[in-house]
Design a protein around this ligand. Structure first.
Ligand SMILES: *Cc1c(COP(=O)(O)O)cnc(C)c1O
Length: 392
């Protein structure tokens, strides 16, 4: 059965009423027949029927055993780090999501968990960094914002050989494009705020485990720490998932067209998109991803923040905002927005120059999106030309 059919067909029909839409169980507690005798639910932090449908659905989509829904992507990440103890070491992708970096460095370092950041686009770097204290390898592929690709199967082999857990933040790919557990990962996390919910209308996070044993440990943290997703937001994420595979395909088709157009623009220096044959590790992306995603990033031949600002404020369809993965196109200037707190030197090392612009290509018509970028780039060029004329 094709994935889209499977998603729609496997969402349960409410056994009580036949409701085709998953009911929202907006309740804190469940009445018991006798002390400890219940219908599988006792308190909504521990378990809630609406959240459970979402959790089972994401587990199925990622081909894992267990799924868990959290109040944000960061709460999901936090639950995985809580599996570790003081003295343990993590090896993480150097291009890691800024919020994960902040959590690892400014919260967990304090509790004795250390993190080594390495360039995981070469799996050998991961092997070289492992010590007997390493307990977890943390990768994202593609990364934000330059869409670096790491070979999940190769890194999972290294993890298994050293008895280390591998967790993949699969936010940028989505389970429709990439299934890390099938490639050997132990845990997958998502910011469901992005593609999985897909409509820029909520904050949510998900964790999927490859084994029941790991699932039980995450479940323990979820209940003990309490950062669960509310019933209504769980329902909204389920509704997003109903169209996930259609959206991911459409995002990728649009993004490919936008990326190819950007490559033809003289003002643009680098275009980052895993679907371009010129993209570093494009062959690895082709091997492990079904689609190449909806994020396209580029920078300018003149590395000038003012010029880039002119572009990001000059588009009409692409709205200037943080986040990604929604049906409406967004763009942002990472140096002033998502990466503002990263020191300039470190930022440049990651390729995040002053003129780097990240697009979240939405589901508008691709030609309209390209026209929008064309006019914004032309307006920026006109200003540059005027300035040059004035200085001659
Ligand atoms: C947004 C994002 C997160 C954090 O998710 P929130 O839902 O904002 O907490 C984590 N990882 C990646 C790759 C993200 O893009």
């Amino acid at each position: 059965m094709k994935e889209q059919t499977n998603i729609l067909n496997s969402l349960p029909i409410d056994p009580l009423t036949g409701s085709i839409s998953v009911p929202i169980y907006q309740t804190s507690t469940f009445v018991q027949e006798a002390p400890g005798v219940n219908k599988g639910f006792d308190y909504s932090r521990s378990n809630n029927p609406t959240r459970k449908v979402l959790e089972d659905t994401i587990a199925r989509l990622e081909n894992g055993t267990n799924g868990y829904a959290f109040a944000s992507g960061l709460a999901a990440i936090d639950s995985v780090i809580k599996l570790l103890s003081a003295g343990d070491e993590v090896i993480a992708v150097d291009d890691i999501y800024g919020g994960a970096y902040r959590l690892f460095t400014h919260i967990y370092q304090k509790f004795g968990i250390s993190v080594k950041y390495v360039d995981t686009t070469n799996a050998q770097n991961v092997a070289d960094a492992i010590t007997d204290k390493t307990k977890l390898i943390w990768i994202e592929s593609p990364t934000n914002p330059t869409l670096k690709i790491s070979d999940i199967a190769a890194i999972s082999k290294i993890a298994k050989a050293n008895n280390v857990l591998l967790c993949v933040d699969n936010t940028f790919a989505s389970p429709v494009s990439q299934k890390p557990i099938e490639l050997g990962a132990d845990i997958v996390v998502h910011s469901a705020t992005k593609y999985i919910s897909g409509h820029s209308d909520l904050i949510a996070g998900l964790v999927v485990t490859a084994t029941q044993e790991l699932g039980d440990k995450i479940k323990f943290v979820q209940n003990a720490s309490g950062a669960i997703l509310a019933p209504f937001d769980s329902w909204l994420v389920i509704r997003g998932i109903e169209t996930l595979s259609l959206r991911i395909k459409a995002h990728a088709e649009n993004a490919q067209k936008v990326a190819e157009y950007l490559q033809s623009e003289k003002l643009i220096k680098n275009v980052y998109y895993p679907g371009l044959p010129t993209h570093h590790n494009h062959e690895v992306a082709k091997k492990q991803q079904k689609y190449f995603g909806g994020v396209v990033t580029f920078d300018l031949v003149i590395d000038d923040k003012k010029l880039a600002t002119k572009i990001v404020t000059g588009t009409k369809l692409f709205k200037l905002a943080e986040s990604l993965g929604g049906v409406k196109s967004l763009l942002c200037l990472p140096c002033e927005m998502t990466h503002k707190s990263t020191p300039a030197e470190k930022r440049y090392e990651a390729g995040v120059t002053d003129s780097l612009i990240r697009l979240s290509v939405g589901l508008e018509d691709a030609d309209d999106l390209i026209d929008d970028l064309k006019q914004a780039l032309a307006a920026a060029v006109a200003i540059t030309n005027e300035k040059e004329a004035a200085t001659v």
